[in-house]
Write a protein that binds this ligand. Sequence first.
Ligand code: AHM
Ligand code: MG
Length: 331
Amino acid sequence: MSGTRGKLLTIQQHIIERQKLHHPDASGEFSWLLSGITLATKVIADHVRRAGLHDVLGSADQINVQGEEVQKLDLIANETIMACLGYRGNVGIMVSEEDDKPTIIQELNGAAKYIVLFDPLDGSSNIDVNVSIGTIFSILHRVEGVDSSKVMDHILQPGYKQIAAGYVVYGSSTVMAYTTGDGVHMFTLDPSIGAYCLSHESVRMPETGKTYSVNEAYRSQFPQGIQEYLEWAKSEEAAYSLRYIGSLVADFHRTLLRGGVFLYPPTTKTPGGKLRLLYEANPMAMLAEQAGGAASDGKMRILDKVPTALHERTPLIIGSRSEVDRVLSYL
Ligand code: AHM
Ligand code: MG
């Protein structure tokens, strides 16, 4: 990770600079799309910051397609992203954790070639208690040669096909991390000027880290190998620390910067895991790999999984490469 002290660069300038370097022929459409995401997350950050003062905390008295209670802020975040991206011209389809079906903005064609998949506000259980939450996004290109009416064929692409991924964590500051396959870059929102400014360029995840992050209350429901790994991590020999916030974005953000491993294994209650492949595991896996880390479902690389359903879930083991390998060695 390189420091950027003395250099003030907004996310828009950074995208343009990197494009000039790596894609000199780029049309600028992609930066236009990303600027929609930065706009949406600034609006969401503003709602999150003032949540206690307005009537936006608590449940919206709805259950979403995942069978989970929808919070008012979940809905605001979802609508904000739809509003900011839906009119960008080049977005054809949007897929949200909150919606049971994809939203077709316009037919996928040469001009509308992007598919945006997102979790508008991840870590719902932390919204009301002032603990870090986040937004996660993944961007796909339509599949060349596939008829635009075959919407699911365009959406259900394996994670290695993502052309960009990122998240925003609404924590003690608002930070955006994104990758377009050219390393991971981080920007901190400067609220006084309303701009995301570069804070870490080409972030590298530490190769190791003596921290594991898991909801250990489910321990007796985890596969035997995971239970044995946890036993080892707590042993005198290993002496790992445990950190678990309960917001994937915040737990991943810490793991990215400090190293260690985050796990959401299968449980007897959720044998397929809890986290969603398309808009939680895939974008985080792309970021992890781009920063030198790894992500697996326990059997295979997350980015190689071929999705079969929009809201498919997956077990997730993600973090520093050697920590992920160590967990896998117990399975
Ligand atoms: P959400 O998208 O409904 O907020 O659920 C996903 C969240 C993740 O942020 C977090 O890693 C996990 O659920 C926590 O689950 P649990 O409360 O079972 O530990
Ligand atoms: Mg989520």
